[in-house]
Write a protein that binds this ligand. Structure first.
Ligand code: WTA
Length: 655
């Protein structure tokens, strides 16, 4: 589609009303039904959530207090109640859905498995018993470093079943990152695999785990290894146990451990504006409620749906919309192990066709990458079962939105652009597809019970349309993070410091249009969004300066058509700057170094060498200037404070 056409859509403020064929069968079918929910939430915020918690979750013992805010901002929801998340996801389905397919799995090489609810329940029980046999008890931390296979979900559910706190580390993270996360959490047990398949290669998970453990991780007692790739790996006697051996003698029944509502279900590390990732801590009951109600409100999940969220379980999206939400709703979900480009870029659409996917949820970066390959490829597949499409992770540009709408959704499927974060646990601002007209590029309106607002520096609501400000949430919600593991002060400072403990600060800027629709504008902190993944500039800088030849580094984002943002690093070397600013071998070495320190997602796209970094008189790096240069824009900043203006030419790659 031409840019002119996109521009005209935007100028017309074009809206897409919910398609009648969709609305007819939707759970929430009209603006007035949705308004009734909103009114109820507005009239009695905690009562609204308490009713949902009673209705949606199965409790072992009922809660007495909906919200305890006596120690705010450490909010506690549904206190005195006990339940088990795995019971809610699995046992509850056995009566009516035991033979229903819970998971349709496809490996990168095309191997498939179907797992029913009864089978999944059995496997989770056996693995939960195996964890107990290895000495794991309630509250212990278990790190999961797995490929995207059903066993990753089984491991998570098994932890939930016995009250162990899981911390999933994305399989693309390096040994170094894995080690940092294991140590911060003080994990007792690590669950990994020999290797996973991605992009036609084997991802050496066990080798990376061995490396992490050889450098530290003293808290780890045992490593359970699932055999996936089948290649030769090292198994350390006394420490490493094959998954198949661990479960061999275990019973297929495991009584769920009833835990308090606030019992931590998991930690998930995410990037912030310092070099050290934060262990975001989520609760059991409140978190599960969020995953459940948003599956219903936003994904309109039904019993006959086949739901596919392409996210890896290493990210929050893979927690809420792979491992927990769909199962809590008794849905059939798809898990795909590999790359969207193997054997070609039609793979996602082929998967949708072959498995009759009805709801498809992915990231704008994937849509843009697949869009680049043209309309003919999706045209080869039967996408007629699709009824709803979703996006998450970054703003979606209207061009990609329109392509998704026309070429994938055949103008028949509503698109839900869902704004949320690791910290928020589940969707916060997103259309309810049978009730809210959509606009390309806007995540539309806050969900019922979510008090989102855009405020100015003083915390006052911005009512003027299209004026940007801070995105905040003004009331606690059940699926909010509870703290940062081991660093409650950082939790308070990061999320509640700006507005005196009153509002949750999301870290994004946003504006609202004349219809009160939200438009997310970008991060307000030093966090990049690379292919929908959060990455702190400080993390990449710390990795670079850990290299023996690097004295100083500054990392900024540069706009990128596919990834959203690319990583641009300015590097000052110890000793001489390379002649003409070019040293291809060193650049490759530094890229490989960062990959080893953090993971491939953090690999700088560009590295530019300079004698100095531009700093203000007070010694702060002029990041705005560096961002302009990286974007190839004209320099409008005042550079008179630069000690040596010649470095501008170096930074621009002109000298
Ligand atoms: C960004 C992912 C615009 C945002 C669930 C947020 C989005 C960060 C959207 C959280 C969206 C997420 N539109 N921006 N629909 N969804 N973001 O923690 O900057 O990996 O703060 O959670 O992604 O990323 P996280």
């Amino acid at each position: 589609m031409s840019h002119d056409r996109i521009d005209s859509i935007l100028q017309e403020e074009r809206q897409f009303a919910p398609p009648p064929a969709f609305t007819r069968l939707a759970r929430i079918r009209s603006a007035s039904e949705l308004a009734a929910l909103r009114d109820r939430a507005a009239a009695d915020h905690t009562g609204f959530w308490a009713d949902l918690a009673r209705g949606e979750l199965s409790w072992h013992s009922p809660f007495q207090t909906a919200l305890d805010d006596s120690a705010a901002p450490r909010y506690q929801w549904f206190t005195e109640g006990t339940l088990n998340v795995s019971y809610n996801c699995l046992d509850r389905q056995l009566a009516n859905r035991g033979d229903k397919t819970a998971i349709i799995f496809e490996g990168e090489s095309g191997d498939t498995r179907r797992i029913t609810y009864a089978e999944l329940h059995r496997e989770v029980c056996r693995f939960a018993n195996a964890l107990k046999a290895q000495g794991v008890v309630k509250g212990d931390r278990v790190v999961i470093y797995m490929p995207m296979i059903p066993e990753a979900v089984i491991a998570m559910q098994a932890c939930a079943r016995i009250g162990a706190i899981h911390s999933v580390v994305f399989g693309g993270f390096s040994a170094e990152s894995l080690k940092d996360r294991i140590e911060d959490a003080g994990a007792k047990l690590l669950i990994t695999a020999d290797g996973g398949h991605r992009g036609g290669k084997i991802i050496e998970l066990k080798a990376a785990a061995d490396k992490a453990l050889s450098h530290g991780c003293a808290s780890i007692e045992k490593v359970i290894v699932y055999k996936r790739s089948g290649h030769t790996i090292n198994m350390q006697a006394g420490r490493d146990v094959w998954w198949s051996d661990a479960v061999a003698a275990q019973a297929a029944q495991c009584e769920p451990l009833w835990v308090e509502s606030e019992h931590p279900l998991f930690l998930l590390y995410t990037s912030g504006s310092t070099g050290k990732p934060k262990g975001i801590q989520h609760s059991s009951a409140g978190y599960l409620l969020g995953a459940t109600v948003t599956m219903k409100w936003v994904f309109d999940i039904r019993d006959d749906d086949v739901f596919w969220c392409t996210a890896d379980v290493g990210w929050i999206t893979g927690h809420s919309y792979v491992a927990y939400g769909p199962l809590a709703c008794g849905a059939t979900l798809v898990i795909y192990e590999g790359s969207p480009a193997v054997p070609d870029t039609g793979r996602f659409w082929k998967l949708c066709q072959d498995h009759h996917v009805t709801i498809f949820y992915t990231a704008p970066t994937a849509i843009r990458a697949l869009m680049k390959h043209g309309d003919a490829i999706p045209g080869r597949y039967d996408l007629s079962k699709l009824r709803l499409l979703g996006t998450v992770g970054e703003p979606i540009n209207p061009e990609a939105w329109m392509w998704y709408h026309r070429i994938i959704g055949h103008e028949r499927c509503p698109i839900v652009d869902t704004w949320w974060q690791t910290e928020t646990g589940a969707h916060m601002i997103a259309p309810v597809p049978g009730a809210v007209p959509t606009k390309p590029g806007s995540c539309t309106l806050p969900l019922p019970g979510i008090a989102a607002d855009v405020v100015d520096e003083q915390g006052n609501s911005i009512t003027k349309p299209d004026k940007g400000g801070y995105l905040v949430i003004k009331k606690p919600w059940p699926f909010m993070l509870r703290t940062i593991w081991g660093d409650h002060d950082r939790y308070i400072k990061t999320y509640w410091g700006k507005f005196g403990g009153k509002y949750y600060l999301a870290g994004d800027s946003a504006r609202r249009d004349q219809d009160d629709y939200f438009w997310i504008m970008g991060r307000i902190d030093d966090v990049l969004n690379v292919s929908g993944h959060r990455l702190g500039t400080m993390e990449v800088e710390s990795a670079l300066v850990a290299h023996p030849r690097v004295a100083e580094a500054a990392v900024v984002g540069r706009p990128d058509d596919i990834k959203g943002e690319a990583i641009f690093a300015y590097v000052v070397l110890k000793g001489e700057r390379p002649a003409g600013g070019v040293d291809t071998a060193l650049t490759e070495e530094l890229r490989a170094w960062v990959t080893e320190q953090i993971g491939a997602i953090a690999k700088p796209d560009d590295i530019r060498y300079a004698d100095n970094l531009p700093k203000t008189r007070s010694g702060k790096i002029m990041r705005r200037l560096l961002r302009s240069i990286a974007a190839g824009e004209a320099i409008t900043q005042d550079t008179s404070t630069l000690e040596n203006e010649a470095i501008l030419l170096q930074l621009q790659g002109k000298q």
